[in-house]
Design a protein. Structure first.
Length: 544
């Protein structure tokens, strides 16, 4: 006899099938308002990175690097005076090293980095590829910084925070600017980034491996002396990351060893080179400026304020809650609130070092570049800040889109303005070239650019700036300063004098007054130019 549906017996389900049915039923609990989902976990990422996740992260990082390259290469202008100075000084140093050519100018006495390091490297590249090649060297260093930042943040947090940190750093104005600017900064920052990555990467390895960061950090200081400002950050980062994995005693031992070895290397280099006077004049005892503190603070806020604010959001959120969607499984115990507070204070506080130092000196010289150093160290927490604002499973992606648009647009416009703050020198070089010969003597406000652009047609030994002069007059008197410039004009010492009416330097005003009242020189031409701050002209004076 057949049974009806209400009395029919169901077959016994297997254990796995029963679990699947139970999970399905949990997802379909009927409520008065409709169906609801069971609680969503904080993270949809597994603690162990899958190969798919690794490759997706690398592809996104590659896209960020391509965008960073485009942002830097869109900046086009002729050589800035600092670029020109380091490049022709590097050629002079190369000639001295390879052929024993005598050096003039005392580069080691006023350069803000060892003249035998970056200038020589950049000049070697310039010999083959020109200014574009020297700037490409800086771009390679800045791309390396972004890659190391991703790797460092990935180890501190995870891939998602690492990608956000790399994105914030890649579109910053200082990153784009330094990526197409042939000076010490890109190489120095790359070496600092490499040292920071080494101490984080080796935090759970043998202590001697951590010492690999010592020569890198010492080299960064040799490349640019002001890099020493960030050495305490590298050492403290070493202690913090080692403490999380090895405990306080071993962490302190690592920090002390790193300090001692780095200091020993720097001391040995200083003893062998004799660059102490240059370090004092350009870094530790630099002359104070007259820029108002309010202006410095406003420019700091414009160039890096938003990124640091996002880093502060990340720091406060990280201190409050250690495990969220950006940390899917700490390798060990969850770090305590004190450790998280120390890390946040260290990384965000480092972003304030350069602004604080330049506030102390009342100067904005290279501030738009120096902000990038601190931004590198604050970027990991900026990455955390972005991920916290988005929430688990990208719940609020509009925050990341908003921040990305604002940071990108401001970074692009600011980098463009800073890169066009100096005039295009092609007109000036074309006007000066007919008057240049192997026996001439020349005076200029910014002589570095003509010396570099004219190449083998002239030598830096033939040029004098308006800052200093060591002149023996026809009467036999040895003169310096304003008196020396006046005597040189009276004696018609210079074959050509080039003055910048819009940006006079040194004793330029004294020289021009002497020229106006002299019958020995005449104004032979002017070269108008436009720069980011306005327009003006160069004046060319030659003996009459």
């Amino acid at each position: 006899m057949e049974q009806n549906d209400s009395t029919m017996q169901l077959p016994v389900a297997r254990p796995k099938a029963r679990r699947r049915v139970a999970e399905t039923m949990q997802l379909r609990v009927l409520r008065p308002g409709g169906y609801t989902l069971r609680p969503v976990p904080d993270s949809g990422w597994s603690a162990q990175a899958s190969s798919r996740r690794v490759w997706v992260s690398r592809l996104v990082l590659l896209a960020l690097l391509v965008m960073q390259t485009a942002l830097s290469l869109r900046l086009q202008n002729t050589a800035f005076e600092d670029e020109a100075l380091y490049l022709f000084a590097g050629h002079a140093e190369l000639g001295h090293l390879l052929h024993g050519t005598r050096l003039y100018g005392g580069f080691e006495s006023y350069f803000s980095g060892a003249p035998v390091l970056y200038p020589v490297l950049a000049a070697a590249v310039d010999s083959v590829f020109g200014l574009a090649g020297a700037r490409a060297l800086s771009l390679a260093c800045m791309l390396g910084c972004t890659s190391l930042l991703y790797a460092l943040t990935r180890r501190l947090f995870n891939e998602r925070a690492g990608l956000c940190a790399a994105g914030v750093f890649a579109i910053a104005q200082s990153t784009a600017f330094m990526g197409n600017f042939a000076t010490y900064d890109a190489l120095a920052l790359f070496l600092l980034a490499l040292a920071a990555w080494v101490v984080v990467r080796t935090s759970d390895a043998h202590p001697l491996l951590t010492l690999l960061a010592a020569p890198v950090a010492a080299l960064a200081v040799a490349v640019k002396y002001a890099s020493a400002l960030y050495l305490p950050t590298v050492v403290l980062l070493c202690v913090l990351t080692a403490y999380q994995r090895r405990g306080l005693p071993r962490a302190l031992v690592r920090g002390v060893l790193l300090c001692v070895v780095t200091a020993a290397l720097l001391g040995a280099g200083l003893y062998a080179s004799g660059y102490l006077a240059a370090i004092q004049s350009t870094t530790t005892a630099r002359a104070a400026g007259t820029t108002p503190s309010g202006q410095i603070l406003r420019d700091c806020a414009r160039w890096g304020g938003l990124a640091v604010a996002v880093a502060l959001v990340g720091a406060f959120s990280y201190v409050r809650t250690g495990r969220m969607s950006e940390m899917p499984g700490w390798r060990g115990n969850l770090p305590g609130a004190r450790w998280r507070s120390a890390l946040g204070l260290l990384l965000v506080g480092t972003a304030l070092l350069a602004p604080a130092y330049q506030l102390h000196l009342h100067t904005e010289v290279s501030l738009h570049k120096h902000i990038g150093y601190g931004l590198f160290f604050a970027a990991p927490l900026a990455g955390v800040g972005v991920t916290r604002l988005m929430g688990a499973h990208f719940k609020y992606p509009q925050w990341a889109i908003f921040l990305g648009v604002v940071l990108l647009s401001s970074g692009m416009s600011q980098a463009y303005d800073n890169f066009h703050a100096w005039p295009d020198s092609r007109g000036l070089v074309a006007a000066v070239r007919p008057y240049v010969n192997a026996h001439g003597r020349y005076l200029a406000d910014t002589y570095e650019v003509p010396v570099y652009e004219l190449g083998k047609d002239t030598s830096y030994q033939q040029w004098n700036s308006t800052y200093t002069i060591d002149y023996t007059a026809r009467s036999g008197r040895h003169l310096t300063g304003a008196a020396g410039f006046k005597a040189a004009v009276a004696d018609r010492h210079f074959t050509l004098i080039v003055l910048d009416r819009g940006n006079p330097t040194g004793e330029s005003t004294t020289v021009r007054a002497a020229l106006v009242h002299s019958t020995g020189y005449r104004l032979i031409g002017t070269v108008p130019y436009a720069a980011g701050w306005g327009s003006s002209r160069f004046e060319l004076w030659a003996p009459s």
